[in-house]
Design a protein. Structure first.
Length: 299
């Protein structure tokens, strides 16, 4: 079922979140954009739907635990957020996190990203797959699945974290997940299928949201982001991209286009775009960063 932006805005929402309490600057990713009015008209009905699904999930799990298994731990409702490079996945994930927390103040809501499950930089170099970073072979997918399985079982799990500055997994810095009511997981790889795998990440995701952006628009955003980072984060000696700190704008654009063409575009076309139809909800995003359509493959 598909809704245009205008149709979706007519959906009544019982959500009464005070947006003045939300710091959009902390939520919006670098070079992303959203207004409080858009959040209210587009995201509030979605928060209603997700809260209802999560509540029904918790009720059912509670019944199973109490009546059949004699267990009393929480089994979280896991929401997956995926999409292409520079599409705005992190913004969507953080926004859902804050809105779900405020809508359900008694619930514990948490967030992890799959960036931390990319192989450490040294291993990527040793395996000669640094140019394949973000491709399926660059992730510790089996470890991610083990962690999700343990989280579903109510165990306390030390999930991996990542630095976009050093372009590497953070050593001995973990984000601990322990019996949340809702867990949001964000990453380009979470809906992917592997023909030889006995288990998939999606086996542990209860609701899948895909952020759909045209390829040329993502390329434009990626280049714009690269230029802004080249003038900020890349200037720090610890940055993985410190070598680019003195590039002219023309040189920086050329490097960004090369990285896009050689790494990001093939990954999107072959590994990310094909997962769109596996999502329960597809959010279609326009060049001005606003959501123009919502396609529900499954409510």
């Amino acid at each position: 079922m598909e809704f245009s932006k205008e149709e979706w805005q007519k959906v009544q929402s019982s959500t009464n979140i005070e947006l003045d309490d939300i710091n959009l600057e902390e939520i919006l990713s670098f070079n992303d954009y959203a207004t409080k009015q858009e959040i209210k008209s587009l995201y509030f009905p979605l928060i209603d739907l997700l809260s209802e699904k999560a509540q029904r999930h918790m009720d059912y799990i509670s019944y199973v635990h109490n009546k059949l298994l004699n267990k009393h731990h929480k089994t979280p409702f896991i929401i997956g957020v995926s999409g292409g490079v520079a599409a705005g996945k992190s913004t969507i994930a953080r926004l859902l996190l804050e809105l779900l927390k405020k809508e359900n103040p008694t619930w514990k809501v948490d967030l992890i990203t799959t960036d931390g499950y990319i192989l450490p930089k040294q291993q990527l170099l040793e395996q000669n797959i640094m140019s394949k970073k973000g491709f399926p072979e660059s992730y510790e997918t089996k470890t991610l699945i083990q962690h999700l399985k343990a989280i579903k079982a109510g165990e306390k799990v030390a999930t991996y974290t990542y630095s976009h500055l050093t372009y590497d997994r953070l050593v001995e810095q973990f984000h601990y997940i322990h019996q949340p009511d809702i867990l949001i997981i964000e990453g380009v790889n979470i809906f992917q299928v592997h023909s030889q795998a006995s288990e998939l990440v999606t086996d542990y995701i209860d609701y899948k949201i895909y952020l759909d952006v045209a390829l040329e628009v993502m390329k434009k955003w990626y280049i714009e982001r690269f230029l802004k980072l080249q003038q900020s984060a890349f200037q720090k000696p610890e940055s993985h991209f410190y070598q680019y700190k003195d590039l002219t704008e023309t040189e920086a654009i050329a490097i960004a286009k090369q990285l896009w063409t050689n790494v990001n575009e093939p990954n999107i076309l072959h590994n990310i775009y094909p997962t769109k139809n596996r999502a329960d909800l597809v959010l279609h995003k326009a060049e001005n960063h606003t959501i123009t359509r919502l396609t529900y493959n499954k409510f």
